[in-house]
Ligand binder design. Structure first.
Ligand code: GSH
Length: 205
């Protein structure tokens, strides 16, 4: 059976949400962060050498990186392409891939800088002078794309919505989305989906 290694608090709840959208048969292995360092427990390194979550085990294979896990799960468990365009529609697929990799590749870094600055006992003006305009750039970009759309690619949910929801949720925790009602509404809509509610019942955020 598919095993999903889920570290609280973090991005893996969005993989649990995807598993629920796909109505997969899976089990969750849950990990708690060290409350002082906020790092993952060493046991996660028994799963993958980087000790990162999400990670999945399926058919004897261990896979990390949330975007790669999304692609794998959809390739295997979404043969009708309800959550991604077919590659034969090359432009639609390329746009989908762009939005799928964008959260981890571009949006996360300035959010992480803010998180570290907020956790630091001393002010970090250099970090904040870089991260604040970058966060505004990315959240403005996502809000523009979402304007009038229910999901990032239009009327239908896709694999790209899981990572986008993660970075917006992180932005919410960091107090960075108050100026973007479009993002707040998108997050609320996604969290209200039955699959997300089921995900939260199985693996707390
Ligand atoms: N780019 C990776 C990032 C994975 C990652 O860093 N996950 C965090 C949890 S949200 C983690 O495992 N952190 C462990 C630690 O910092 O000790 C992905 O998209 O999966």
């Amino acid at each position: 059976m598919l095993t999903l290694h889920h570290l609280r608090i973090g991005r893996s709840i969005f993989t649990v949400w995807l598993a629920e959208e796909l109505e997969l048969d899976y089990q969750i292995q849950e990990y708690l962060r060290n409350p002082e360092t906020m790092r993952a427990p060493a046991t996660l390194k028994n799963v993958n050498p980087l000790g990162r979550s999400p990670a999945i085990e399926d058919d004897g294979m261990v896979l990390c990186e949330s975007g790669a896990i999304t692609c794998y799960l959809l390739e295997k468990y979404d043969p009708d392409h309800k959550f991604s365009p077919r590659r034969t529609d090359l432009q639609a697929w390329a746009e989908y891939m762009q939005w799928l990799v964008y959260p981890e590749a571009s949006v996360f870094a300035p959010l992480f800088m803010r998180m570290l600055a907020m956790r630091s006992a001393e002010a970090k003006p250099f970090l904040e002078s870089y991260s604040a305009p970058e966060i505004a750039l990315h959240f403005g970009h996502i809000a523009n794309k979402l304007a009038g759309n229910e999901f990032i690619l239009g009327d239908n949910i896709s694999g790209a919505d899981f990572g986008i929801s993660y970075v917006i949720g992180l932005g919410e925790r960091l107090g960075a989305i108050a100026d973007y009602p479009t993002l707040t509404a998108y997050l609320a809509r996604n969290r209200a989906r039955p699959a997300f509610v089921r995900a939260l019942a199985r693996g707390v955020e």
